[in-house]
Write a protein that binds this ligand. Structure first.
Ligand SMILES: [Zn+2]
Length: 149
């Protein structure tokens, strides 16, 4: 999961969550990415590098557009969660398996030292805790079917 800084032609800044940069490009091309403030699909990605979504970044980031947000949320939460879970399952399948280098790779991506991409691998409970402390989201994904046999 990555978060991209976006802005529309009316100069509203907002964030979009996407499975990957490619997923964003595809949704943008199909006019599925809309500004939450004015609704336009004329949206651009700001030139900042994508980063791994953190557990509390959305809360910490000052929401510049908060004062003019529409009164109702754009989608029911349950639907959004279901969509997110579907994206996560797809990501886990398509993610690069970095094995035990997961903590190291997750940090390098988080701090922009390597290209942002979806990765999966193994990490101990201590390592996962350390990553979470640094604000790096780590998602537990159940092992694939073939690993259980
Ligand atoms: Zn707008």
């Amino acid at each position: 999961m990555i978060v991209l800084d976006l802005h529309c032609t009316n100069d509203h800044r907002f964030e979009g969550w996407f499975g990957s940069a490619a997923a964003f490009e595809e949704q943008l091309a199909r006019d599925l990415v809309g500004c939450p403030v004015c609704g336009t699909t004329k949206v651009r990605r700001l030139p900042s590098a994508p980063y791994v979504q953190t557990g509390h970044a959305v809360v910490e980031r000052p929401a510049a557009t908060r004062a003019v947000q529409p009164p109702s949320p754009p989608a029911p939460p349950s639907e959004a969660v279901a969509h997110l879970m579907a994206q996560l399952r797809g990501m886990a399948r398509g993610a690069e398996d970095v094995g035990e280098r997961l903590p190291e790779e997750a940090r390098r991506i988080h701090y922009g030292e390597t290209a942002a991409r979806d990765i999966r691998g193994s990490a101990s409970a201590d390592e996962v805790e350390a990553l979470l402390d640094e604000g790096i989201l780590v998602l537990p994904v159940p092992p694939a079917e073939e690993d259980l046999h």
